[in-house]
Ligand binder design. Structure first.
Ligand code: NAD
Length: 480
């Protein structure tokens, strides 16, 4: 059994009251590690270390901060295979996906923000005879970073890299469900020469360790990615304390498919967008809206493609659909398939749990599932499931497609498939989503702002927006 440590003040250390939580490998259903069940006392130690480190780190030359972040990126690169295997084991995601997306992106997050901070600049406004105004942007101090289980290292580093680049020190908490790659990151930071206390990683449950971070009066800003329910709670707790907040939350994203789309490419994209990482990506398109004139043909081909996806051991290179992250999520997914049946849905593909043999006999596997016959207001089309479950619905007109796509409380992303140029611009502008992909899915330039509308997000991460979030602007006026 492996024991995960907290990373506080530059040292790997056990939790103060020596309590641990089991970490389960979702592909086997077996405990393979234990992770600190940290409490407020651990968060306090992390705060003290971060507070002590802040004056020196915030005054470290930008080039020197950037060089250390580049060293961390190099450390990720040098332990790439180990991280890929750890991520797949921890999360249940296919090895091939961790190799293609998650771990390279964690490395790139550090590279990107190491470079971006050297380009980040303050504004100056010339007022002629009166004088001039300039804006100073300074780091906040100690910030709190809280991330979910679905893209564990990718999203964790997406917060840590800009926070540190901007000169803050941090208390970061990964999901207790998938803590292992964050632990390996602590070792990488030690080896990269990150000064003590600049980054502190405290493991544990949300209502305990997470709650202590958001309530700590010395933590000036919180960057959170996770569910809308927890985001609401964080806003209610930290808002009255006037902490700066970035909340990236749930989604119920639409794929809007017009009959003029490139058929084969659309079929590939629809499968990828709905089922990558077992549908456990906040950006997955779980509501597939198809123009009626092509609906029957497209849905029949789509069902066949979904049926043919290979469910298997995530550690097997040929696996396309791995394990569901936890037993709780597995039960939730199955309950929504049952609900779909009760709401009058027709299961076109999947719909059942999968019992694998061998080492995966106790694992959490579900067939990728496609459901028809549910209207936009059904719970299955309104509530975020976060599993390998998508629905199909037909639309007749562009207006109807937009209305259906926008008919949920969420607004994270949307996929729009059409070859009609002006329709692409017109519809993209009307979709209530922070990100719209036209004729693709999940492609990102890290310089662009990232985040959701409506109940999917407050604020924007990514690019210079992240560096703006992690700094406080101050205007200075100088009399001529
Ligand atoms: P979650 O909200 O349950 O947990 C997220 C993190 O918050 C975890 O680290 C958890 O321990 C912590 N937490 C829980 N309660 C807390 C509290 N009271 N105080 C402080 N921290 C607390 O989410 P999850 O189940 O880990 O992840 C899935 C969710 O994340 C989905 O809703 C998904 O859409 C969302 N998500 C959103 C984005 C995005 O960019 N918008 C990206 C990935 C995932």
């Amino acid at each position: 059994m492996q024991t995960i440590s907290n990373y506080i003040g530059g040292a790997l250390c056990p939790p103060v009251d020596a309590q641990y939580l089991p970490v389960i490998e979702p592909a086997t259903g077996k405990v393979y590690a234990q992770v600190p069940a940290s409490q407020a006392s651990d968060v306090q130690l992390a705060y003290e270390a971060a507070h002590k480190a802040f004056p020196s780190w915030s005054q470290t030359a930008i080039q020197d901060r950037a060089a250390i972040l580049m060293q961390i990126a190099a450390g990720i690169e040098s332990r790439m295979e180990e991280l890929i295997a750890a991520e797949s084991k921890d999360n249940g995601k296919p090895l091939s996906l961790a190799r293609r997306v998650d771990i390279p992106r964690a490395r790139d997050n550090f590279r990107y923000f190491a470079q971006a901070i050297t380009q980040f600049h303050n504004e100056s406004f010339d007022m002629g005879d009166v004088g001039f105004n300039y804006t100073l942007r300074r780091p906040h101090g100690v910030v709190g970073l809280i991330s979910p289980w679905n893209l564990p290292l990718y999203l964790f580093t997406w917060k840590i890299a800009p926070a540190l680049a901007a000169g803050n020190t941090a208390i970061a908490k990964p999901s207790e469900v998938t803590p292992y790659t964050a632990y390996l990151l602590s070792e990488i930071c030690q080896a990269a020469g990150l000064p003590e206390g600049v980054l502190n990683i405290v493991h544990g449950k949300g209502p305990e360790a997470g709650e202590a971070i958001i309530q700590h009066p010395g933590v000036k800003a919180i960057s959170f990615t996770g569910s809308t329910a927890v985001g609401k709670h964080i806003a209610a707790t930290a808002g009255p304390m006037f902490k700066k907040l970035s909340l990236e939350m749930g989604g119920k994203n639409a794929q809007v498919i017009f009959a003029d789309a490139d058929y084969a490419h659309t079929l590939d994209t629809a499968v990828r967008a709905a089922y990558t990482n077992q549908g456990q990506i906040c950006l997955c398109g779980s509501r597939i809206l198809v123009e009626r004139s092509m609906y029957d043909r497209f849905v029949s081909d789509l069902a066949a493609r979904v049926q043919s996806l290979q469910v298997g051991d995530p550690l097997d290179e040929s696996t396309q659909v791995g394990a569901i992250v936890s037993e709780a999520q597995y039960q939730k997914d199955l309950s929504y398939i049952q609900l779909a049946r009760e709401e009058g849905g027709e299961i076109l593909a999947g719909g059942q749990a999968v019992q694998l043999g061998g080492r995966c006999a106790g694992g959490y596997f579900i067939q990728p599932t496609l459901i028809a016959g549910l209207g936009p207001q059904c719970r299955v089309n309104q509530e975020e499931i976060f599993g390998p479950i998508a629905t199909v619905q037909a639309f007749d007109t562009e207006e109807e497609a937009i209305q259906m796509a926008n008919a949920t409380p969420y607004g994270l992303s949307a996929t729009l498939m059409t070859q009609h140029l002006s329709r692409a611009h017109r519809v993209a502008a009307q979709l209530e989503a922070g990100i719209v992909w036209v004729n693709n899915w999940m492609v990102r330039d890290l310089r662009t702002p990232f985040g959701g509308m409506k109940q999917s997000g407050v604020g924007r991460e990514g690019g210079m927006d992240a560096l703006r979030f992690f700094t406080e602007p101050k205007n200075v006026f100088i009399q001529a």
